[in-house]
Design a protein around this ligand. Structure first.
Ligand code: ADP
Ligand code: MG
Ligand code: MG
Length: 889
């Protein structure tokens, strides 16, 4: 194998092998852009090194050969005393990763060659400045010396000379600083700063390899789900100098605005500076546009190159460049990061420019970005002071009074206060407080911390790991940078989409994207309108491309109507249990407690017209579109009073010798119905089989509602869904009764109702015997929440708060299987059942209801296994539509 590639040998598609930076340096080289010559050591070499602890045997010779060629081309040798070739050693993995090693510039300088460099450049100051930078960077990143020691020495030198910025230090000062720096290295690293240039280079290469496995890098990879075995490439790039005086400089640029997507001149430039001075904020940069007056020739060339790059990558690129005495050099480019809003705008702009087509535009945006755009947000022009920033763990905008323990959170929220729970980190004991709070703020922990995982599960705003905040839970306060103290009860605002923390109340504005979906806003000319216009067009692309239909989980007419506005093509799940609550609870109680047939019949009779009315409303809201109604599913005790509360009531009445017959009867029933494991108990189809008349009442209500809608010239399309079926026999029995009821209603009303009857597939046995079940079902709807619960044996109400954090931290899974479908386990059952079902009944309709129906990755999976539709909550519908479109293009 070949371990080293010259920049002329690679291209942008070789990111696996050359890393992002190396692949793009090669691409630019081959585009004929001015890139300083160099070569890339592959990730393969890094892998060998990490596996065996030694670099591959052939590597040294290959590097030597490439270095020779580079030296020949540049006409000087690495570190040559009278005229040294200098290089940078730059890390570059496939994905850019914070926590990996920084770059070392000016490799090749030594006590001798620094003189040669000074003479060649005719600039002594420049040479010593470069040398002190080398020792500083090398000392810090290769030899592991605390960087502050160098910074402090530099500060001291500036103070001694009473100057503000490092450019005001003269050659003699820098020379002294070099001596100082070398001493720091010697005492801290226990060795001299290496004078041999090749040794410098080799040590730097190994340090880059090693940096793949720093704790921070590992943590980052786990959080971002980047595989741990990719390794990093190393780029050796001949130096160009931005610190050669005022006609030199360094800068960064974007080919368009990463916030709005608008084309224009975006970037920063710093005269007489090297590399990282720009980002480090050591001196004030000027806007890139000013380069036009500083150096018109380089500016024009840069604009030309940016256009070339955009047309070539067909996307927004970001760029690092350096100007050495009027000569422009390109040092890096990549497809640039952008905000969610800009992603939509840029995608449509590129379509308009004819650079990409609709299918490609869909690949440039994600459902997660769309979801982000749908959250209400803080007014961006707020004057409220930002006091910190943490990890954006769960999106949303939350305002409330700071509280520092769960007890207070619950107490205050009960009395109507909005609170933000602030903790160093959370644990399962904080659950009540987290539920009570508007949002959660922690100063420790990352994206997989307890706070983050639980908050995301609850859809609650969360900022975690805001390390600058000093949280003191004992004294109920936190100290923000600058020393201000936030006491319990002070109002703070947190932005879960950006991680920003504010002192005081930031006004919240509704998302223009939601306003648009709601039909309250139309595309126009101002900034928000521009975003809406872009979303509107991308949604149209997605709708044209997608094969999957998207339905809503909705239990009432209001939700159904919103779902329709959001683009739902029907209801995939109407949960009837919600129709059994409120004032109807009493009727349900009577039904459950009925001792005689007559009593039971009576309660059913009372429920029938109420149920029917619910369905009439639902059918009219969804006129012309399918409405899947699930017959009663949850364990019955959910409709009865709490057992402890009731016991207390009975005991009290007893001691006061008050009449309590009813309470006692109720208590006995609650005891009778009590189950250790209700989720695996008397629920779903089992209820229908055990409680005579319950399911038939529901079916009658559906059928009569449909008949009424028909009579009113409506177009009801009801589908009756039987939950928790494990075997075809259960379904057959329920179905027979249902068919009979439907036939009765049809005969009585003289209408053909065309009601479909189907089942949920949410037990492993149902999936495994789907071929048989399809004999009695006209459709399947995969209930992947319960299916995940039963396949994994995870109680979904408990696990997220108890041990999932540990599972995520240990990397057992990267994301909760309740959030994204577990393709290998649960997913293969879905696939198997879909195939077996269709083998029995080719026109079997297949859908999925449950949280996964609105999860981007899961939607792609359901597309691939050939389902007909996904169903999700109304707010997720646009996300599902978009992802279904992306999956199909
Ligand atoms: P990062 O990934 O942190 O951006 P880079 O490898 O891009 O690290 O380098 C850090 C800085 O040094 C950048 O500003 C880059 O432009 C600059 N730099 C890297 N190599 C050279 C070089 N050969 N000549 C001049 N500047 C360089
Ligand atoms: Mg860079
Ligand atoms: Mg279920």
């Amino acid at each position: 194998v070949k371990f080293v590639y010259d920049f002329t040998e690679g291209n942008k598609d070789l990111k696996d092998l050359l890393g992002g930076k190396g692949a793009n340096l090669a691409e630019m080289t081959n585009l004929g852009l001015p890139v300083p010559p160099g070569f890339t050591i592959t990730t393969e070499a890094c892998k060998v090194y990490l596996d065996s602890g030694e670099e591959p045997a052939a590597l040294r010779d290959e590097v030597s050969a490439h270095l020779d060629a580079l030296e020949q081309r540049m006409g000087k040798k690495l570190g040559q005393a009278d005229d040294p070739l200098l290089v940078s050693v730059r890390s570059g993995a496939k994905f850019s990763m914070p926590g990996m090693m920084d770059t070392v510039l000016n490799i090749g300088l030594s006590d001798k060659s620094v003189q040669g460099l000074a003479k060649q450049a005719g600039d002594e100051r420049f040479a010593w400045d470069s040398y002190r930078r080398l020792i500083q960077m090398f000392g810090k990143t290769v030899l592991g010396v605390d960087g502050d020691l160098f910074e402090d020495a530099l500060e001291a030198a500036k103070e001694a000379k009473k100057v503000a910025v490092d450019t005001e230090l003269e050659a003699a000062d820098l020379k002294k600083l070099v001596t100082k720096f070398k001493k720091i290295v010697k005492t801290q690293a226990g060795r001299d700063f290496p004078q041999d240039p090749r040794e410098q280079m080799d040590l730097a290469i190994h340090a880059v390899f090693d940096s793949w496995n720093t704790d921070r890098a590992k943590l980052y990879r786990r959080q971002e789900r980047i595989p741990g075995d990719l390794g990093t490439a190393v780029n050796i790039c001949s130096m160009v100098f931005g610190n050669l005086g005022p006609d030199s400089g360094t800068g960064v640029a974007f080919t368009r605005d990463p916030a709005s997507g608008h084309q224009g001149v975006y970037g920063d430039y710093l005269q007489n500076a090297q590399g990282e001075d720009v980002v480090a904020g050591i001196r004030n940069t000027v806007p890139l546009a000013e380069l036009e007056t500083i150096d018109k020739k380089s500016y024009d060339q840069l604009m030309q190159i940016m256009e070339t790059l955009e047309n070539h990558y067909k996307d927004l690129c970001d760029i690092e460049f350096t100007i050495e005495r009027g000569q422009l050099w390109m040092l890096q480019t990549r497809v640039g990061k952008r905000t969610a809003g800009a992603a939509f705008r840029i995608a449509t702009q590129l379509v308009d420019q004819g650079l990409i087509d609709e299918a490609e535009a869909l690949q440039r945006v994600t459902g997660a970005q769309l979801a982000q755009l749908m959250f209400p947000r803080f007014d961006e022009d707020t004057k409220v002071a930002q006091v910190g920033r943490g990890i954006a763990a769960s999106p949303g905008a939350a305002v409330g009074k700071a509280v520092f323990d769960s007890y207070t959170a619950v107490k205050w929220s009960r009395s109507g206060e909005k609170v933000i729970l602030v903790r160093r980190e959370t644990n399962p004991d904080d659950l009540d407080g987290m539920i009570a709070a508007e949002g959660i703020l922690t100063s420790r922990g990352g994206k997989t911390s307890h706070a983050a995982v639980v908050a995301r599960g609850m859809g609650k705003t969360c900022v975690c790991g805001a390390e600058e905040l000093e949280v003191d839970t004992k004294r109920r306060r936190m100290t923000v940078p600058g020393g201000h103290v936030v006491e319990e009860g002070d109002v703070i605002s947190i932005d879960g989409s950006s991680g920003k923390v504010y002192l005081g109340e930031v006004p919240v504005v509704p998302s223009p994207v939601v306003e648009y979906f709601e039909g309250r806003m139309h595309a126009g000319a101002n900034d928000a309108d521009e975003l809406v216009e872009a979303v509107h067009r991308i949604m149209a692309f997605a709708d044209r491309k997608r094969r999957l239909r998207v339905r809503a989980n909705a239990d009432n007419a209001e939700d159904a109507m919103r779902a329709r506005r959001f683009g739902a093509q029907g209801i995939g799940l109407c949960r009837t249990e919600h129709m059994f609550l409120g004032d109807r609870r009493e009727l349900v109680e009577r039904l459950i407690l009925a001792d005689t047939e007559a009593e039971r019949e009576e309660s059913l009779k009372a429920l029938l017209p109420l149920q029917k009315q619910d369905f009439v409303e639902l059918f009219s809201a969804m006129d012309g579109l399918p409405v899947t109604i699930r017959l009663l599913d949850p364990p019955l005790h959910e409709f009865l009073p709490d057992i402890t509360e009731l016991s207390v009531r009975v005991a009290l009445a007893e001691s006061r010798q008050e009449p309590h017959e009813n309470e006692l009867r109720l208590l006995q029933a609650v005891h009778r119905l009590h189950e250790q494991n209700p989720m695996l108990g008397l629920r779903g189809v089992r209820l229908g089989l055990v409680i005579p008349g319950l399911f038939t009442m529901q079916v009658r209500a559906i059928a009569e509602a449909a008949a009424e809608r028909k009579a009113a010239k409506g177009d009801p399309r009801a589908e009756i869904m039987i939950p928790l079926v494990g075997t075809v026999q259960e379904l057959e029995i329920v179905r027979e009764e249902a068919d009979q009821v439907v036939a009765e209603v049809q005969a009585a009303t003289g209408t053909d109702l065309k009601l479909a009857i189907g089942t949920m597939i949410e037990l492993p046995r149902a999936a495994l015997t789907a071929g048989q079940i399809a004999e009695a079902a006209e459709f399947f709807s995969f209930g992947t929440n319960d299916l995940t619960q039963t396949v994994w044996g995870f109680s979904r109400d408990d696990v997220e708060a108890s041990f999932f954090t540990a599972y995520l931290e240990k990397g057992i899974f990267g994301v909760s299987p309740f959030e994204t479908i577990d393709k290998d386990g649960v997913g293969s059952l879905v696939k198997l059942a879909a195939e077996a079902g269709r083998a029995t009944r080719p026109d079997l309709k297949l859908g999925v209801c449950g949280e996964h129906g609105g999860d981007p990755e899961s939607v792609h999976f359901f597309h691939e296994v050939g389902l007909d539709y996904v169903s999700c909550s109304p707010f997720r519908i646009p996300v599902a539509r978009l992802e279904a479109g992306r999956a199909a293009s």
